[in-house]
Design a protein around this ligand. Structure first.
Ligand SMILES: [Zn+2]
Length: 317
């Protein structure tokens, strides 16, 4: 057996990782590589020619060396500067592109998210900077693009859960349980079996706030699976099917009638969020939910492609 090359570590065949930090750093070793990537994906696939809006034609662009290396390419015909970061979350940021890319890499390569505190340590930036970067990535790159996303379809499980801690003492009776739930933030989860998830912070687990959120996110041709909570009842008329599992009678699975997918998702979500973020204020809860949903929805791609998908979104804006 030839000796292993220690400059090229190999993965176990069973490894699910397909984009190690070494590979990431080899692809984006410095700011120039990151900028070049944006230039090519946004304007110039061959790195040399691009459409010049002022000449209104295809021109040769050059990156002139100046004392203060410009973050732009220049049209050789008319002198127009094109900034590859214009209109993206990176534009005019005092944080380097390499650090932005690295933060995005970390967010796509962890299963349960990563705290700003951890990013602060890994990148050697201020905590505030780390927090701001994550917040931007969540809000602008991981939030659903409403115009592009189709409503959920097929078999869709829907369930709601209380957010923000367990009761301090054992609650007595249905009334206390109900009061406790009402006092908490409610998260509605909608999951296509074998597909995508949507999560929404809703104002109440009753009436319109709940049914409106289902209506806004699920195709009427879908079959809904819910428990027997009364707020789901009126939806029966509006969807192609509605299968109800009688949780209040202690029944959890009846053939294909169950909400195990969405409940399992909630379980992982809560464990993961507690581990990575400790406490999340209501103001930002939706954006953390979007981050989890994004990762779940991209889970089949593999890490390399997840990272590039996030990068594509950044380049599109
Ligand atoms: Zn020009």
């Amino acid at each position: 057996m030839p000796p292993a090359n220690r400059h090229e570590p190999r993965r176990a065949k069973s490894s699910t990782s397909d984009y190690s930090v070494t590979e990431f750093l080899a692809e984006f070793p410095d700011d120039a590589a990151c900028l070049e990537h944006l230039w090519r994906t946004r304007y110039s696939p061959d790195g040399e020619h691009a459409h010049c809006p002022r000449c209104d034609s295809r021109q040769v662009f050059k990156r002139y060396a100046t004392k203060q290396q410009r973050q732009s390419w220049t049209c050789t015909a008319c002198g127009l500067h094109v900034h590859p970061t214009a209109g993206t979350i990176f534009h005019r940021s005092s944080t380097s592109l390499r650090l932005w890319f690295h933060a995005m890499y970390l967010m796509t390569s962890t299963r349960c998210g990563i705290s700003a505190k951890q990013l602060e340590r890994e990148l050697g930036v201020h905590y505030k900077t780390a927090w701001r970067m994550f917040n931007k990535i969540r809000n602008e790159l991981m939030a659903e693009d409403k115009a592009r996303e189709q409503p959920l379809s097929g078999e869709v499980e829907v369930d709601e859960t209380s957010w923000g801690g367990k009761p301090r003492r054992k609650l007595k009776g249905m009334k206390e349980v109900a009061q406790f739930r009402e006092s908490k933030t409610t998260v509605l989860g909608m999951v296509e079996r074998g597909g995508r998830v949507r999560l929404r912070v809703i104002a109440s687990r009753r009436g319109e706030p709940l049914s409106g959120a289902v209506r806004a996110n699920v195709n009427p041709q879908a079959i809904l699976f819910t428990d027997d909570w009364m707020a789901y009842k009126p939806l029966s008329r509006e969807f192609a099917g509605h299968q109800v599992i009688n949780h209040s009678a202690g029944v959890y699975v009846e053939g294909t009638v169950h909400t195990n997918t969405v409940e399992g998702f909630f379980g992982n979500l809560k464990t993961g969020m507690r581990g990575a973020y400790k406490q999340v204020s209501n103001k930002w809860l939706q954006s953390y939910l979007d981050e989890y949903a994004w990762r779940y929805n991209e889970r089949f791609r593999g890490e390399r492609s997840m990272f590039h998908s996030l990068l594509d979104t950044a380049a599109r804006r």
